[in-house]
Design a protein around this ligand. Sequence first.
Ligand SMILES: C[S@@+](CC[C@H](N)C(=O)[O-])C[C@H]1O[C@@H](n2cnc3c(N)ncnc32)[C@H](O)[C@@H]1O
Length: 271
Amino acid sequence: MMERTSDGPEIFTPRQPDWVSPATRPADPAQANDYDSFAEAYSAETENSLLNAYLARPAILALAGDVAGRRILDAGCGSGPLSAALRDRGAVVTGVDAGAGMLALARRRLGDDADLHVADLRDPLPFADGTFDDVVASLVLHYLEDWGPTLAEMRRVLRPGGQLIASVSHPFVDHLCQSPPRPSYFATTSNTDEWTFGGRSFPMVFWRRPLQAMTGAFTAAGFRLAVISEPQVDPAAREVFPDDFDDVSTKLSFLCFVVEVPPSAAAGSDG
Ligand SMILES: C[S@@+](CC[C@H](N)C(=O)[O-])C[C@H]1O[C@@H](n2cnc3c(N)ncnc32)[C@H](O)[C@@H]1O
């Protein structure tokens, strides 16, 4: 892992995987975020990594609590590690992802009968109103410029009283890691990283927005904020990653939300 550059306090200088670096040139939006080009490599790198296996995934699982018997939509499921963990805990999981290649890996992991669909979260979801008890969205919302249509759809497919559990890259960290002159903290802006696998670089465009834009988007979509958390790394990681543990366990990485559909709300209304 390497340290990301920031001129802010040390807590805002996160450790990054070695395959992540700031972009050296602007990204062509048509070629950015092409997960299918590096699906196998990304899935292998993140399967047991400190930031994914010991921080991002356990954070969502802890917030989800007892999922036995719950119908859960894994939005942006990738190769399905979170779907598998939820299913192991007794949930009935449906996965969607924009990448057919990522979903092929999810199918390999979860089996031929897994309920997986290619779907772009910017478009309407292919499910009826109130289909799910929970939606999980792990490290995917920060790829979207406009959260409004996506959150409206997530709310529509949740039953009244259902919840969305989401994790995103922490906006304070992302703000301070932008090269000066950095845009206003209060603006929603894109930034580009390069991910390198097998000697090839892939542009990745992320949308950073202030915390208040995130909370505002949830409430505008009719959700109630239940939890905002800054997850910490699983203590079990100390033994596996002795060199990086202290650093990662004392710095900000992700921000998580649990937001609820009001119990009496009819899908699509403003309850
Ligand atoms: C960082 S990976 C996270 C995968 C998985 N949620 C996890 O935590 O392991 C982001 C995933 O989001 C998917 N994704 C990005 N933009 C998307 C969009 N607009 N609609 C659906 N999926 C998208 C990518 O294809 C990728 O599989």
